[in-house]
Design a protein around this ligand. Structure first.
Ligand code: SAH
Length: 249
């Protein structure tokens, strides 16, 4: 079923009034008809809706059921991703949004090959946010994860220091028992930060800085993973732990 994100002000009583791109998509691309059903996510809540009619500028939909489905993880995971090369960031955003990430923070690290000029950061962030929105729609999320502008490592560590748990996948960490124990600390309601190094990996000083604020280095197995594989593996591990332990029931 199609899923649309409604702006705050688009709710009117028992109805949603959708305009702009969503209206155009429903009417002219999907060519929906009255009585067709679709989902509307509004303030993090999913609604099953029935199309009532089209006006010139709006699609009018009536709510059939509120809280129709909860697709959000009960844990807020922030991915602190070392800026990767070329379009890898886009791929990481798309996949981690599917896996349930709450927020993505691109981080400038010592060994990053890519250095973004300040004036390009805003444009990149806008594009990345649009990718997050498309992925959220596709995977029927009820919340659109935020992608921040690229941040310095220092600022990222300061932000993570406020969180309940910080996991740092690091190829020099040993032992999957430690990884299992670290992941098992994740409980409903927690804020969890995950740090992934760029292609060149973490600088040892960066590992020191994040462990100083409570970051726990963990292994993701005996092989070296590419940065994008590491991000997806870490997210999958946390998502599956949370879902398998019924934290989302
Ligand atoms: N510096 C390394 C690899 C960097 S891989 C080298 O060039 O040989 C990019 C990032 O993926 C790492 O910084 C780490 O966060 C993560 N990563 C890759 N393989 C991993 C593993 N086996 N265990 C934990 N983290 C891993």
């Amino acid at each position: 079923m199609f899923n649309f994100f409604a702006k705050d002000e688009s709710r009117s009583g028992n109805r949603f009034l959708l305009d702009g791109a969503d209206h155009n998509h429903i009417k002219n691309v999907l060519r929906m008809r009255p009585d067709d059903t679709f989902l509307v996510s509004h303030n993090g809540v999913s609604h099953l809706c029935r199309l009532v009619e089209f006006t010139d500028q709006q699609t009018v939909a009536e709510i059939i059921e509120e809280n129709y489905q909860n697709t959000e993880l009960p844990v807020a995971i922030t991915l602190f991703q070392g800026l990767p090369k070329s379009d890898k960031m886009e791929w990481i955003i798309q996949k981690t949004v599917e896996l349930g990430v709450a927020e993505i923070v691109p981080v400038e690290m010592t060994n990053c090959v890519v250095k973004l000029e300040d004036k390009k950061k805003k444009a990149k962030q806008t594009r990345w946010q649009a990718i997050a929105e498309a992925a959220a729609k596709q995977s029927k999320r009820t919340v659109i994860p935020t992608v921040t502008e690229p941040m310095s490592y220092k600022a990222a560590v300061a932000m993570a220091s406020e969180m309940d748990l910080i996991l740092v996948p690091y190829e020099n960490a040993r032992g999957m028992v430690a990884t299992k124990e670290a992941v098992e600390q994740i409980k409903s309601g927690m804020k969890v930060g995950i740090f992934i190094g760029p292609e060149g990996g973490f600088d040892p000083k960066e590992i020191d800085a994040v462990t100083d604020v409570g970051g726990q280095t963990v292994s993701l197995g005996s092989r070296i993973l590419r940065t994008e594989t590491a991000a997806i593996t870490a997210l999958s591990l946390c998502m599956l732990h949370v879902e398998m332990n019924g934290e989302n029931q």
